[in-house]
Design a protein around this ligand. Sequence first.
Ligand code: AGP
Length: 592
Amino acid sequence: MCGIAGCFSEKGCYEKLLRTLRRLEYRGYDSAGIALLRKNRPRGGYGFSVRKKRGYVSALDGTRLSGSTGIGHTRWATHGAPSDVNAHPHVAGKFALVHNGIVENYAALREELTAAGETFVSETDSEVIVRLVSRCYKGDFFAAVRDACARLEGSYAVAVLCTDFPGEIVCARKKSPLVAAAGKNALYVCSDVPALAGEAEFFCPAGDGEFIRIAGGKIFLCDGDGKEIERPFVRLAAQSALPEKGEGSFMEKEIAEIPQALADTLKSLRRTDFAPCARPLRGAKRLFAVACGTAYHAALALRDMVEEEVKIPVLCHTASEFRYRGPLIGEGDVLVAISQSGETADTLEAARGAKERGAYVVAVTNAAHSSLAALADFSLLLHAGPEIAVAATKSYVCQLLCAWYLAAQTLFFKQTRLPAWFGELDRLPEAARAALGCDVSALAEQFSGARGMYFLGRGQDVVTAMEGALKVKEIAYIFAEGYAAGELKHGTLALVEEGFPVAAACTVRALAPKTCNALAEVKARGGVTVLLSQYRDLAAAADVFVALPPLPEPLMPAVAVIPLQKFACDMCRRRGYDPDKPRNLAKSVTVE
Ligand code: AGP
C-alpha cells in the first residue's frame, strides 16, 4: 500500500528520498514520485521540482533534482487508475502533498472545492487534501494543514511542503502509520521503520491524531493544538534493516527461514513476561480473535487450541467484519488481534473498537513499533524477521506458535497447568526443517495448468486447507477453495470431474477415516487426490502422498502448511509469475 517519505538534508536529499522509497517498495505499489522545494532563479522565492511516474521507483532515477527539502511517495491505486497524473505528490498553489490512506468524504469536498473555483487534475482523493490546505492557508503553514485535516473523514498520513517555508515539512496522521526519524545531517518522516534503516539512527512513531514538523533544522511531534509533545526518540536497531533478496525470490527465502524464525520466536516467548495479562486471561470467560487473510487463519488456529485445551469459547472474526457487527464485547473480555505488519487498517480498527468497549487487547505482531503494538495492552512479538514477500509464510508459522503459546499461558493462568505438548515446542524448528525437505515439485508440475483446486481438512486441518488455498490463489492465480472435508458432499463435490485436483491434510489420527472417505469420493468422480500426513499407513488413500515429519498432533499445523507454501510458490514460478509481486496485492494493507 502507499508509502510516504519526507526528508530534510542539505546534501543528497533527492538520493535519500529515492533510497527510502526503494525500501518502501515491498509494501506494494504501482507508481512513485518525489517533489523537492527548489529556489527560483533569478526571480527568487521557491517552487517545486516534481518527478512522478507510473511504474517502479527506478523510473525516478536519472538527473537528480536539487533541493534540501522533499517528499516522496509510492502509490497503490485506490481512487483513479495507476497513471503519471494520479501519482503523488500532488501540487496546488504553494503546496505539494503525499498521502497514504483514504479520504472517505472526498466526493463532497471535491464538489465544494470545485464550486469554489478549484480545478482538479487527477482522479485521486488525495488531491482534495492539498487543495484544502491551499484554501485554508492564511500565512501559517502548520495551521493550514491542521485546519484542512480537521475537515477530513477517513484515514491519512500526509507530508506537505509549502513554498513560503523552505526547510519545513508538516505531516499529520490519523489511522495511517507515520514515523519521525533523525540521521546524520538529515531528518525524516516515513510510513514505516524498516524503510529508514541505513538512513536514520533514531526514530519516534507519531500517535493517532498527532503531527510531525520539520522546521529550523529540527524535528518534533505536536498534538492537535499544535503544542510540542515531549517523547524520546529510540535508537533504530541494526536488525530493522530490510534484507537483501539474493538468488531467487523473497518468498522462497522466507520459507527457507521458517526454522530459524520459529527458534527465534520461541526463544523470545520463553523470555516474555506474561504477568501483565495474567489477570485478564484468568478472568476471561471467552476470548475474541480478529485478523485478516493469513493472520485470520492463525486466529482460527488460536480458537482451535484454546477451545481444545482451555475449554472456553473463542469468537473469531475477520477484522473487516468485526466492527460492523456491533460486536458483543466489553469489560472482562480479551481480544487477540493478530497482524504481521501491525498496520493492517481493519485489524487496527477492530482492536480500537474493542478497547473502546473496555476489552483487554493482546496484539500478536511481527512489528514491535507498529500501531497495533502501541494500541494493545499487551504484545506478543513474533521474531520472524522482516517479511518482504506479499505472501505471508514464515510469519504465519510464527503466528501459530504465538497463538499456541498464548493458549498455554491462558490454561496456566486458569488451571496452573500447561498442555501436554508444551514441552515439545522445542521440536518445532527441526520438524519445520524436515518439512522444507518435502518435494512437491512433481505435484506443482502436474497441477500448474489446473483451472481450479480444492484443499480439504478436518478439525485443525481445515485451517491448513484454507491457508493452502489462499497461497495458491494469491500467487499462482489459480482458483482454489480451502474447505472442511465434511462439507464436500454439501455442494463442493459438484465441481469435481476428471483430473480435478483435491489435496487434503490429515494430521489427526482420529479423523483420518473420515478424511480418507472424502478423498475416495473425489477419486470415484475422476478427481486427482493428494494427501499430506505424518501417518504413512494412510498413503494408499490418495494418488499422491506427501509424508510430513511427525510431531505431537496439536502442533502439526505448523509443519503441514510448509509443503503447501512451497507448492504455491513452485506453481507460481511454473506459470511464469513473480511470487514477490502478486498482482493487485500489497504487503501492508493500511486502508480499510
Ligand atoms: C497473506 O499471504 C496475505 N498477503 C494477507 O492475507 C495478509 O496476511 C493480511 O493482509 C494480513 O496482514 P497482516 O498480518 O500484516 O495484518
